[in-house]
Ligand binder design. Structure first.
Ligand code: IMP
Length: 188
């Protein structure tokens, strides 16, 4: 099986990706590398810089993912600042910002950057549309999962099993793109 490192310190993310990757014949190993995460408006740029740093240390196929929650009524906030906002305001903080707001539209974006020997960094994107619910529901998943309900669903991500979330999550889509690309090039 093709082995790829996943440089992340987020256990929730790692478990989601590992589970999904197995279905694509990809063996994912966690590389808990702490790099300096740049502040940038583009998730793709953040992930690309981070994967370059990780590759310098590992010298082996590696991927890094940067994701964010974009809320339409807040002009896309918190977007690339999602992890900071999650730490400072949490799920309840977002619900407070959204109090009285009728437009609940939101989406998650994932930028998955991949680097292997003798190739340039490649970035794969995934997006899932949905809405910010009125009250947090569910205990599974991580981050903003309890307040995000994907389109066509009556449950939040935090009310789903990881397999179900993966089926339509931003991260699942980006990983599927990477797997397809690896397949075309004969890596898997
Ligand atoms: P980062 O990609 O590690 O910078 O994380 C971005 C932040 O966005 C995380 O800390 C979470 O709060 C949030 N986030 C990203 N992906 C998800 C997801 O799948 N579910 C819930 N929250 C997420």
């Amino acid at each position: 099986m093709f082995k790829v490192y996943f440089a992340t310190s987020n256990k929730g993310k790692f478990l989601e990706v590992k589970r999904l990757a197995e279905a694509f014949s990809l063996q994912v190993e966690q590389a808990p590398i702490k790099g300096v995460e740049i502040q940038h408006e583009s998730l793709a740029e953040i992930a690309s810089q981070a994967v370059r740093q990780a590759y310098r240390k590992l010298k082996a196929p590696v991927m890094v993912e940067d994701a964010g929650l974009f809320i339409e009524a807040l002009n896309g906030f918190p977007g690339p600042y999602s992890s900071y906002v999650y730490r400072k305001l949490g799920v309840q903080g977002i619900l407070k910002l959204m109090e009285g707001e009728r437009n609940r539209r939101a989406w998650f974006l994932s930028a998955l950057a991949f680097k292997a020997p003798k190739m340039k960094v490649k970035v794969f994107l995934g997006r899932v549309d949905g809405e910010i619910v009125l009250q947090a529901r569910g205990r599974k998943g991580f981050g903003f999962d309890p307040i995000f309900q994907p389109e066509g669903e009556k449950r939040t991500f935090a009310e789903m099993e990881p397999e179900e979330k993966n089926r339509f999550s931003h991260r699942g889509k980006a990983l599927a793109e990477l797997a397809e690309w690896l397949k075309k090039r004969g890596y898997i």
